[in-house]
Design a protein around this ligand. Structure first.
Ligand SMILES: Nc1ncnc2c1ncn2[C@@H]1O[C@H](COP(=O)(O)OP(=O)(O)OP(=O)(O)O)[C@@H](O)[C@H]1O
Ligand SMILES: [Mg+2]
Length: 370
């Protein structure tokens, strides 16, 4: 699977763009603020139906225009596919697959697999828990469509319950309708998260060993907000019981205080002396290496689960790594198609990818370099 071409209209700082891509490696160069990340974002939304850097779709519509459009053509073994996204300022987003409008974003998710890697990802260990939950959710949505529906149902029920908790008179019997649903969807989410984290921990651990020459070993652990049992029925009972017991507190706080919407991930590194929690006691280098291992494991797990290497977007990430880690990354990356953005052309990139196509971005215009 690879992207053959992209057509853009009024997306971020692009007025019009029509590009053919190299089926293996594309290098996108340009100074700051010219449109490199915007181009990665345009590619990304065709796989997720949403951006990786804003939750407000209309942010992506070019200033002073009404509608953004991105259309991409993909080559797939079973036949080519095109995906088109229209984002209007005044109506909803429209997504078309092969010209046919899809009803739910979830119908888009198993068409193409894209992984984006940007400097922010290197901060995931230190970032707030929400970032780590987003990471897990995004991955699971990609590889398990049933997770996507559990998650959107859970979020919907949570929002309704929280809205109800803000009313003046809250009836404990009425709230039970939401409690039961929350327990059901929440248990399913937790079971899938646990399974996924166990898998990604094993892969990350191998990668981490590779980067550190086995001087350190990494373990990633699920840190659920409520006690966890890997039997789904048991988990539903546990969660339902906790919701009931937290009712008084929820009422005081006017929000649902317990549940998987507060889950987290923990990173531990063991060397010959001791084991440390990387978030609290790791050096900056250790935190970044753990994050890099997690990110590379993400690529691996997509391949394992879907049978396909993803399309990989490396947005400005090489310049963030020291030489040793850059080498490791370039040497071990596995992808169907690769996009690398960089502000400065490094000799190393040119040497490593001799058959790549190079583009130069300047003020929302892209030119192929010869
Ligand atoms: N909706 C929009 N309409 C028009 N321009 C926008 C919109 N959103 C962002 N921009 C502009 O797009 C420009 C390019 O942004 P982008 O993030 O792609 O830069 P970049 O090339 O990745 O730069 P850097 O190397 O600093 O990461 C910015 O100057 C920004 O102001
Ligand atoms: Mg950028």
């Amino acid at each position: 699977m690879y992207i053959k071409n992209i057509k853009i209209k009024d997306f971020r700082n692009y007025e019009v763009l029509d590009l053919e891509f190299n089926e293996k490696v594309n290098i996108i160069m340009g100074s700051n603020a010219q449109g490199k990340t915007n181009l990665m974002e345009a590619i990304y939304i065709s796989s997720f139906g949403r951006s990786f850097r804003t939750s407000k779709d209309t942010d992506m519509v070019r200033f002073n225009t009404d509608q953004a459009k991105v259309k991409m053509e993909f080559h797939k073994d079973l036949g080519d596919l095109d995906i088109e996204i229209l984002i209007s300022k005044d109506h909803k987003k429209i997504i078309k697959v092969d010209g046919i409008k899809i009803k739910k974003t979830s119908q888009l998710l198993d068409n193409v697999y894209i992984v984006i890697f940007s400097p922010d990802d290197l901060k995931i260990v230190k970032d707030e828990p929400e970032k780590r939950r987003k990471f897990i959710d995004k991955e699971l949505c990609q590889i398990k469509p049933s997770y996507y529906s559990d998650l959107s149902n859970y979020k919907k029920v949570l929002l309704e319950r929280n809205t109800y908790l803000k009313e003046i008179n809250v009836d404990p019997d009425l709230i039970d309708i939401w409690d039961r649903q929350l327990a059901k969807y929440g248990a399913s989410i937790m079971i899938k998260r646990n399974e996924f984290i166990n898998k990604i921990s094993l892969i990350s651990s191998d990668i981490h060993g590779g980067i550190t020459n086995n001087k350190e070993s990494l373990t990633i652990k699920y840190d659920p907000n409520i006690s966890f049992n890997d039997d789904i029925k048991e988990q539903e009972i546990i969660f339902y019981d906790i919701i009931k017991r937290s009712f008084d507190n929820d009422l005081r706080m006017r929000t649902t205080t317990r549940g998987p919407h507060k889950d987290d991930l923990d990173f531990f590194i063991k060397n010959e002396d001791n084991t440390i929690n990387v978030r609290n006691f790791g050096s900056q280098g250790q935190q970044r290496t753990a994050a890099l291992s997690l990110k590379l494991a993400e690529i691996d797990i997509i391949k394992k689960e879907t049978g396909e290497d993803p399309i990989l977007l490396l947005d400005d990430v090489l310049s963030e790594l020291d030489l040793e880690r850059q080498e490791y990354l370039i040497k071990t990356l596995s992808y169907n198609q690769l996009f690398i953005t960089t502000a400065e052309m490094q000799q190393k990139i040119l040497v490593e990818f001799p058959d790549s196509t190079r583009f130069k971005v300047q003020k929302g215009k892209v030119e192929k370099m010869l």
